[in-house]
Design a protein around this ligand. Structure first.
Ligand code: ZN
Length: 442
């Protein structure tokens, strides 16, 4: 039976013959090194990978169905570690006519005023169905936690997490200005997030035009955030320096706060756009601090390309992405993620991390056939977030796989409408991405 023709075996027990797996998606090295990919046979029993062997080294198991991949690419299901599911597909509710960052923030304030759990749940569900159908099996989402909607939005998130368990594993991160953590409201929110098993987070915005008092307020807020994270044993995931202003240096304040609080190795910094515009000496010292703080990074290329240095009538002169290669060279983990999807920050997208990755390749000068960048949408974010069981193929793991109608990584990336078959626990998904329009839209 071929992988793309005919019915898929109904039970989650089969042998996938001649699957070509990029090595960075293998949990353990397998066989002699013969390039960036390994041709393997995957023995799947009861939805799990029972054995993984170089192709042709084991006979067929009696009674197991055989599916021949014929040397086509087989990847694990992937991880999108920075999303905003509660805003996804909200563009028609809260548009952003000038497309700017300020316009997006104003739109989000309007969206908050329109909040109902029913509408938000319908949009989240649409986004999750689209991601699931493309082979995303774990998502971290930021949860708008401004006082007026925090309680209802977290209750909704917990409900969606339970409804989607077993299909898409969800993590939630509190999203609000970090200054709130220095107030009783912040303490209360941290307790709620801890009870619900989420992470603390928010926006750390450096006061580039501000007074020493405002800078002191940011330092105090970050110290309060780290203290609360320590108290409740929570990971932290922040939006940091999402700006083209090189004076924005919140990243080093975050690193210092993590070191001072002893919350080392527990903090993710997203965006870090202004780092790319700072002097070499500054970058060097900031990355050294980041190393001491054990910071992890995530770059969000689509939102950065769309929003950074956006001015009417002006063509952008820079890409807005952070120093991915320098961060990697400093030995710090960095992932690639989707961020906004059809909302006022980024008006396109469909929750497909592979689509995000295709944008990342030219934006960040990646060379996925040769470098380790594919890991940045699989094993790296799985490790950063603690999404065990996602982003790697290995024995005893769930047989959660993506089969592509392509033999090489180059072919996968070159043809956006390439057929892919998503397999969960050994069984092929049959439900396509949800059809437009969304519920409630014309
Ligand atoms: Zn974001």
């Amino acid at each position: 039976m071929s992988a793309f023709a005919g019915p898929w075996p109904e039970k989650g027990s089969l042998v996938l013959r001649r699957a070509r797996i990029p090595r960075l998606f293998l949990e353990r090295a397998l066989g002699a090194d013969d390039g960036a990919c390994l041709l393997a046979d995957i023995f799947i029993e009861d939805g799990r990978v029972a054995r993984l062997l170089p192709a042709g080294q084991a006979p067929d198991e009696a009674g197991l169905a055989v599916v021949d991949c014929a040397g086509r690419q087989v990847w694990p299901t992937l991880v999108d570690m920075h999303t905003h599911l509660d805003r996804a597909h909200s563009l028609s509710l809260a548009p952003n006519p000038d497309g700017t960052f300020a316009g997006a923030r104003a739109a989000m304030a309007r969206l908050r005023g329109l909040f109902t759990p029913e509408d938000t749940a319908a949009r989240m569900d649409f986004a999750l169905r689209a991601a699931h159908a493309r082979g995303v099996s774990a998502i971290r989402t930021h949860v708008d936690s401004r006082a007026e909607i925090a309680e209802a939005n977290w209750a909704l998130f917990a409900d969606m997490r339970a409804r989607w368990a077993g299909r898409v594993e969800l993590q939630g991160v509190a999203l609000l200005p970090v200054e709130t953590y220095a107030t009783p409201e912040g303490e209360e929110l941290a307790e709620r997030v801890a009870d619900l098993g989420g992470c603390l987070g928010g926006v750390a915005e450096f006061p580039v035009e501000g007074s020493p008092d405002e800078l002191a307020r940011l330092r105090k807020a970050l110290a309060a955030l780290m203290r609360l994270a320590r108290r409740h044993d929570l990971d932290v995931d922040l939006h940091v320096d999402e700006t083209a202003d090189p004076r924005a240096r919140a990243l080093e304040l975050v690193a210092k706060a993590a070191i001072e609080a002893g919350h080392v190795g527990r903090v993710v910094c997203g965006h870090c756009s202004s780092l790319a515009l700072q002097e070499e000496a500054v970058v060097k010292s900031v990355l050294e601090l980041a190393r001491r703080a054990g910071l992890r990074f995530v770059t969000l290329p689509t939102a950065n390309l769309m929003l950074q240095e956006r001015l009417p009538g002006r063509t952008p002169r820079w890409r807005g992405v952070t120093l991915l290669h320098e961060i990697e060279a400093a030995g710090l983990p960095i992932a690639i993620a989707g961020d906004n999807c059809r909302d006022a920050f980024y008006p396109y997208g469909d929750g497909d991390i592979l689509d995000t990755f295709r944008h990342a390749v030219p934006a960040l000068h990646l060379y996925p056939e040769e470098d380790a960048s594919l890991a940045m949408i699989g094993p790296v974010p799985a490790s950063i977030c603690g999404f065990a069981g996602h982003g790697l193929i290995g024995e005893a793991r769930a047989a959660d796989l993506i089969l592509f109608q392509a033999s090489t990584v180059n072919e996968v990336l070159s043809r956006p409408d390439l057929a892919r078959k998503v397999v969960r626990a050994g069984i092929a998904l049959t439900e396509p991405p949800p059809a437009y329009p969304l519920p409630g839209e014309a």
